[in-house]
Design a binder for this molecule. Structure first.
Ligand SMILES: Nc1nc2c(ncn2[C@@H]2O[C@H](COP(=O)(O)OP(=O)(O)OP(=O)(O)O)[C@@H](O)[C@H]2O)c(=O)[nH]1
Ligand SMILES: [Mg+2]
Length: 295
């Protein structure tokens, strides 16, 4: 039996969360077309007959402008340190740039086996894949290369088998039934945050946080009170929308998904509050469950 850890690291929007969801075959991490969707590490466990792989999704590494973003980068950097294999996930449709250089430096310094996961090949021709791969190959001696489509779940078998061959001999670290170990309230808050990411634009998605204030299971379902935190009164007005229409839209989309997750009827009550500059206040960031916590 082999068992070990694999970190999914890369720039924002490369498709790391889409990939971890595809690998575990369940939506454990939220996904959006906006960069900096993931704010903390998320574990996804894959079991085969004779192996267990513990994958960890990480926030996209980027140039931080707020304390929250510094802590997101730290989270990614700290996850990378303690694994057996690093997947450097890259958006194959984008040319190699300075952001890639920065991520590559961090990944190189870990001194561990690095697989280049060249993602989004469903958007590229074979020639484009080969050409773009070459530009990466010349920068670092990656242990392995895998052109994949996380979205279409293409080229996974080889990836899993090769990954297992890099893991040490050892017993399973999680029971075979466990796919993800995030607390239930975090998963629910993240589903709501994903809908905010999809429904709003510009600064609002990034300035939003979600916390579950109360959750109560009753004989006919579950009552959830969730608070959406934003930084400015103008952002609050946008999230609520005219006659509450935006909040309603977010609530309907989130409720459907939470009902599927909890497998019961859900009454979701959403509230919005302004928490000025929360992205620069450590105690708030910790309270909302985002980013790395310094020991
Ligand atoms: N066409 C295509 N789109 C993809 C693929 N993988 C991910 N995407 C899209 O890329 C966008 C970003 O995906 P995420 O999985 O949220 O990216 P991420 O790397 O986790 O981003 P951060 O959490 O911000 O670091 C989403 O719109 C996905 O649907 C893929 O294989 N093909
Ligand atoms: Mg992500």
């Amino acid at each position: 039996m082999r068992s070990g850890f694999v970190a999914l690291a890369g720039r924002p929007n490369a498709g790391k969360s889409t990939l971890i969801n595809a690998l575990v075959n369940e939506k454990i991490a939220i996904v959006s077309p906006k960069p900096q969707t993931t704010r903390s590490e998320i574990r996804g466990i894959v079991n085969t007959e004779d192996a267990q792989i513990v994958f960890t999704d990480t926030p996209g590494i980027h140039k931080a402008r707020h304390r929250l973003e510094t802590r997101m980068n730290k989270e990614a950097a700290s996850v990378i340190q303690g694994v057996d294999v690093i997947y450097l996930v890259t958006d194959g449709t984008k040319p190699y740039g300075s952001g890639d250089e920065y991520v590559l430096t961090i990944v190189k310094n870990a001194g561990l086996p690095v697989f280049l996961i060249f993602n989004k090949i469903d958007c590229l021709s074979k020639e484009e894949v080969l050409r773009n791969l070459e530009s990466w190959q010349s920068r670092f001696s990656f242990q392995e290369f895998f052109p994949v489509s996380a979205l279409k779940q293409k080229n996974f078998d080889d990836l899993l088998n090769t990954t297992i061959s890099y893991l040490p001999e050892g017993e399973a670290m999680y029971p075979r039934t466990v796919i993800n170990d995030s607390p239930e309230n975090f998963r629910i808050a993240e589903i709501i945050r994903e809908k905010i990411l999809y429904c709003t634009e510009e600064e609002v998605p990034h300035a939003s946080a979600v916390i579950i204030e109360n959750k109560e299971f009753t004989k006919d379902g579950c009552d959830i009170h969730a608070m959406i935190l934003v930084e400015k009164p103008g952002q609050k007005a946008i999230v609520i929308g005219r006659q509450g229409m935006m909040l309603k839209k977010i609530g309907i989309a989130a409720r459907k998904e939470i009902e599927a997750f909890l497998d019961c009827h859900v009454r979701l009550h959403l509230f919005v509050r302004v928490e000025k500059d929360w992205r620069d206040i450590d105690s708030r960031i910790t309270q909302y469950g985002y980013g790395h916590i310094d020991e």
